[in-house]
Design a protein around this ligand. Structure first.
Ligand code: BGC
Length: 899
């Protein structure tokens, strides 16, 4: 009987298997796939210098609710071994874990220059297993400082501001198997081989404190080498001063021998057509000075006899910092725009309007007489007479010039400067200027966009676009405050409220991992960091509002599952919090410079940008409370029990001190009882339960009494919007967001803003009046967090778990948004129709979401036209106000509910 039963079972299984195979032949055969393998958040990076790089992958599965329970990683130094499933560098074995990002490599020591190949296989709880993924690789750069044998070279007698041209001939008579170049030139460099620019990086290397670290890039130049070769490198002052170059090319021949070409005293140096450049002032290029073949292996190969005034380069003092691999996306030209209008406000003057404020430069196409000097001036604003208004650029001259060599059509664009502009004023252009003579090139760190947002309110859609463009204009290897005036610095206080917005909009896994190093580089023995990183302006210690130092790490952990960043920076983060504590008196931080910066002018001190009614020390103390709480959370993540307890205690001490000093029983509010003070207290969660309703009432009434206008600066604007929403007034927050009269974002749009302003006022004069400033843009994270409703869960980082909880705004009929997480794309689109809410969502594989379905009647909910309570895939969790919360696994779902 038993045998018979097994036979029948086996037969049924065979039939099922056959039919599965037959059906899968027709459709796609793979039910489960591991793809998008990344090492340190990059696809197949070369020139890596991290000893325990973090690995990640994405999963595609045809079944809903897919959860990985086990993974196995193989790393090998040979693709053949890996093919045979031999991980001679690391075989993780089967690891029972759902993690698919932030997994630290734990194999044998990684070796400079070596390439490693890896693949992954995963399993689920039913022991369904994937195939091995496709092979990915990562290649190490120069891991040790002593791997660098090249010298720093320059021209010590050089004039400041002058760009230098370096050159070196070399022969490769044997067959080249592989060639790499490791290169850095500070301030900015452009590498050429045999007459061509190498790669697509511009404005390399990434900004840093060159005393502490200098970033180098790695290029695979195997296919670029000929028998006779020449390196040509232009190096400009950039953020440095007198240009310096360090280059090390390592060539392996197929006969097993190696050769290194290094920058040294055998290189030539000269000046050239790109005469001068300055980030702020622009670039000057004289095409008459072009030296034909300067980067080509023609003529004599010895430097001394090369014509055209080549001098012998000098070995000069190193900038001092460690050579560090640039593990982040490079700055690139990412887009180009034709002018929308061309006007001639005066004879010989053209003014082009690109219709969009942006960061980048203009590319010029021109034909004319030799010696004609065309100039291009950049601005965000125009004077009434139609000429460019550069008043708000501080001392930046923002002008490029090109002198023609004459003859054929000439094409030029700068390489060692960039501008923030919407308008270009062209002077001395020979002939009639047409639309294709000047094209705007959009230049930024080439990070991938990750978010999408649209809704039924056009103003919000435009505002989202404006904030996106503002953020995009301010990613130049550091998050800058603005791209146009003589500043462009990584201001820490702006970042505190900017990070979330930026993380929804762009993949900043590597960008923030790099920027936090810049911050750490500013830190002194006392734990003090500075207002800007790399440090150029501002104070040491930074304003205590710089919780951004902690948030860079915490949010990278939350969004990308990057635990390493917390580990690596914990000491520094702790030192900063400890330092702030030394500056307290009775629990109140005793200093502040910026506070809730740049509120509407009537709420600012003496016409400046400091808040008049929001006490600086209140804000400083609030941030110490916040930062110590974050630190306690981090200690918990790292398992440092003492710190977890102590910093929690510290945050409570500060909280009590703030409550003692700033709670006002009479008004029922904090400090001056204004929007900033009350929303900040609520955000910090320091308000005693029985006081909350008074604080919220005060907040809401203040907003209503001002006819839905805000009075906040860069920081508390974020907290105002979020707290109104979380305390039941999402529609009030929405009215602020869609307000069109001053002060509001709508007012900026009504006045033609295509990127956000630094002030709520429409000012274009010589003070701090940037028109491309991300610090006021936190409302964009409000769109993602509350209108789309996607919020990560820090207890299960890397979107292992998250929630979808859209707030249904009375005035909106639909919202449609998505976020491309490390696990894959998350979507939520909801619309109202005939008494129902339709909500379509997507949850990526290996993720679980708590989905809050808005409804007035839980029984009415359907998913895919079936009653939800019949679904095994959806686990009811709780009713919460007008939401039914369910636990939902991966897949796409279409909910409908009465509303
Ligand atoms: C920057 C701001 C910054 C402020 C003070 C300004 O110059 O542009 O973004 O917040 O200084 O902190």
């Amino acid at each position: 009987m038993r045998v018979c039963k097994y036979l029948v079972l086996a037969f049924v299984q065979l039939v099922l298997l056959n039919s599965l195979l037959a059906s899968t032949k027709k459709e796609t055969p793979i039910l489960l796939k591991v793809l998008d393998l990344k090492c340190e958040y990059a696809t197949n990076p070369i020139g890596m210098d991290i000893q325990h790089p973090q690995l990640s992958w994405r999963i595609e599965s045809k079944t809903r609710g897919f959860i990985q329970t086990t993974y196995q990683i193989l790393v090998s130094d040979s693709p053949d071994l890996l093919e045979k499933e031999i991980g001679n560098v690391w075989n993780s074995g089967k690891i029972a874990s759902g993690n698919s990002s932030g997994i630290a490599f734990k194999g044998t020591e990684l070796i400079s220059r070596k390439r490693y190949f890896w693949k992954v296989k995963i399993y689920d709880a039913t022991q369904m297993e994937s195939n091995w993924s496709e092979t990915a690789f990562f290649e190490m750069g120069l891991l040790k400082q002593k791997d660098w044998t090249a010298f720093w070279i320059g021209n010590p007698g050089g004039q400041s501001g002058r760009n230098l041209y370096f050159g070196k001939n070399f022969d490769t008579e044997k067959k080249v198997a592989q060639a790499r170049v490791y290169v850095s030139g500070i301030g900015y460099y452009e590498l050429h081989i045999n007459g061509k620019k190498v790669g697509n990086h511009v404005l390399d290397p990434a900004a840093s404190d060159y005393n502490k670290r200098v970033y180098y890039a790695t290029y695979d130049i195997t296919t670029l080498l000929l028998k006779k070769n020449r390196f040509g490198v232009i190096v400009a002052p950039g953020w440095y001063g007198v240009p310096k170059l360090r280059l090390q090319a390592e060539i392996s021949y197929s006969d097993g021998t190696n050769e290194t070409i290094s920058s040294d005293w055998n290189w030539g140096v000269t000046v050239g057509p790109s005469i001068k450049s300055s980030i702020y002032d622009g670039e000057e290029y004289d095409a008459r000075l072009e030296k034909g073949g300067w980067d080509e292996p023609i003529g004599d190969t010895t430097q001394s006899s090369r014509t055209n005034k080549w001098f012998t380069a000098k070995v000069i003092e190193a900038p001092g910092g460690l050579m560090v691999a640039q593990n982040m996306e490079p700055i690139c030209v990412v887009d180009s725009l034709l002018p929308k209008t061309i006007k001639q406000p005066a004879k010989g003057i053209y003014v082009l309007d690109f219709g969009q404020n942006l960061a980048g430069w203009a590319s010029l196409k021109v034909k004319g007489e030799r010696g004609t000097k065309v100039s291009m001036k950049f601005s965000e604003n125009l004077f009434l007479d139609g000429t460019v208004n550069q008043d708000n650029l501080y001392v930046a001259e923002a002008m490029d010039s090109y002198t023609l060599k004459g003859g054929e059509i000439e094409q030029w664009e700068p390489a060692f400067t960039y501008h923030g502009f919407q308008y270009v004023q062209v002077e001395n252009f020979p002939g009639e200027l047409k639309a294709d003579n000047i094209i705007a090139k959009v230049v930024r760190t080439n990070v991938n966009p990750t978010g999408k947002f649209t809704c039924s309110n056009d103003l919000l859609n435009r505002l989202h676009q404006v904030i996106w463009s503002t953020e995009a204009s301010n990613l130049h290897s550091i998050p800058t405050d603005c791209p146009q005036r003589s500043e462009r610095l990584g201001w820490m206080n702006d970042m505190t409220v900017r990070i979330e917005q930026a993380l929804y909009n762009f993949d900043l896994a590597r960008f923030y991992a790099k920027f936090i190093d810049d911050v750490e580089d500013t830190q002194d023995e006392e734990g003090r960091i500075t207002d800007t990183a790399p440090f150029k302006w501002g104070n040491r210690p930074a304003d205590p509002v710089s919780a951004s130092y902690l948030l860079l790490a915490l949010k990278s952990y939350e969004f990308y599952g990057n635990k390493q960043i917390i580990q690596d920076h914990y000491k520094g983060l702790k030192a900063w919090v400890d330092y702030l504590y030394t500056r307290t008196e009775n629990g109140i931080v005793n200093y502040s410079y910026w506070g809730d910066w740049s509120p509407p002018i009537e709420f600012a001190k003496n016409g400046g940008a400091e808040s008049k009614d929001t006490p600086g020390q209140y804000i400083s103390s609030g941030y110490l409370c916040y930062s110590s709480r974050i630190l306690s959370e981090m200690a918990d993540i790292l398992g440092i029990e003492n710190d977890k307890i102590n910093y929690k205690k510290l945050s409570i001490t500060i909280q009590d001190a703030i409550n003692n000093k700033y709670w006002d029983k009479k008004t029922g509010g904090y400090a001056s009882n204004n929007q900033a003070c009350n929303s900040f207290a609520l955000y910090l969660g320091i308000v005693n339960k029985e006081r909350i309703s008074r604080v919220v009432d005060n907040l809401v009434n203040d907003v209503k009494n001002r006819n839905y206008h805000l009075t906040t600066g860069n920081l508390c604007t974020k907290y105002l919007m979020e707290m109104l929403t979380e305390y039941g007034y999402a529609d009030v927050a929405y009215k602020i967001a869609t307000q069109e009269t001053y002060p509001s974002w709508g007012y900026m749009l009504a006045n033609g803003a295509t990127t956000l302003w630094e002030r709520w006022e429409n000012e274009t004069g010589s003070a701090m009046n940037s028109h491309n400033h991300p610090m006021m843009g936190s409302v964009d994270s409000w769109f993602y967090k509350y209108l789309v409703g996607i919020i990560p869960d820090i207890t299960r980082p890397g979107f292992d778990k998250f929630s979808i909880k859209p707030y249904i705004i009375n005035d909106l009929t639909f919202v449609d948004g998505e976020y491309n997480s490390v696990k894959g794309v998350i979507k939520c689109a909801w619309k109202k129709k005939a008494g129902f809410i339709y909500m379509d969502i997507s949850i990526p594989e290996n993720s679980t979401a708590t989905v809050y379905i808005p409804t007035i009647n839980m029984k009415s909910i359907t998913e895919g036209n079936r009653k939800i309570n019949n679904s095994k895939e959806l686990k009811f969790l709780k009713m919460e106000g007008s939401y039914a919360a369910y636990e939902v696994g991966s897949g796409t779902y279409n909910f409908k509910s009465e509303w």
